[in-house]
Design a protein around this ligand. Structure first.
Ligand code: HEC
Length: 101
């Protein structure tokens, strides 16, 4: 019993370390190559600026581009990259983008 309690508390303490780092993912998944290192200066003016976007909005746009539901404009340019991120990672990146100015 004592051991179980120790294990349970260790899990609670360590769980925040499992949270995904949106800033890191944004760099690792090459998002910056089109949207800019700091999500402000894009590769071409036609690409959307992501810094400060509403998290729920950005998350939905990424999912729609991934699924093909959003296929307007230049979304095809981004679709291939979306294979690199799962729903949890998309959420973490959207959260990160919303914290930028
Ligand atoms: C090859 C270039 C390219 C890459 C790489 C790329 N994107 Fe995009 N992204 C675009 C383009 C172009 C659009 C606009 C699509 C359109 O015209 O509908 C877009 C749109 C978006 C939007 C919606 C913005 C809005 O205002 O509606 C988000 C959010 C986004 N990208 C996030 C990301 C993230 C996160 C990554 C990395 C996982 C990424 N993008 C990688 C080109 C890219």
């Amino acid at each position: 019993m004592k051991h179980f309690l120790l294990l349970a508390s260790a899990l609670v303490v360590s769980s925040p370390a499992l949270a995904l780092d949106g800033a890191k993912l944004y760099q690792e998944k090459t998002c910056w190559s089109c949207h800019g290192k700091d999500a402000k200066k894009t590769l071409t003016p036609a690409y959307p600026k992501l810094a400060g976007q509403n998290a729920a909005y950005a998350e939905q746009q990424m999912k729609d581009i991934k699924s093909g539901a959003r296929s307007n404009g230049q979304s095809a340019a981004m679709k291939g990259v979306m294979g690199l991120v799962n729903d949890e990672e998309i959420k973490a990146i959207a959260q990160y983008l919303s914290t930028l100015k």
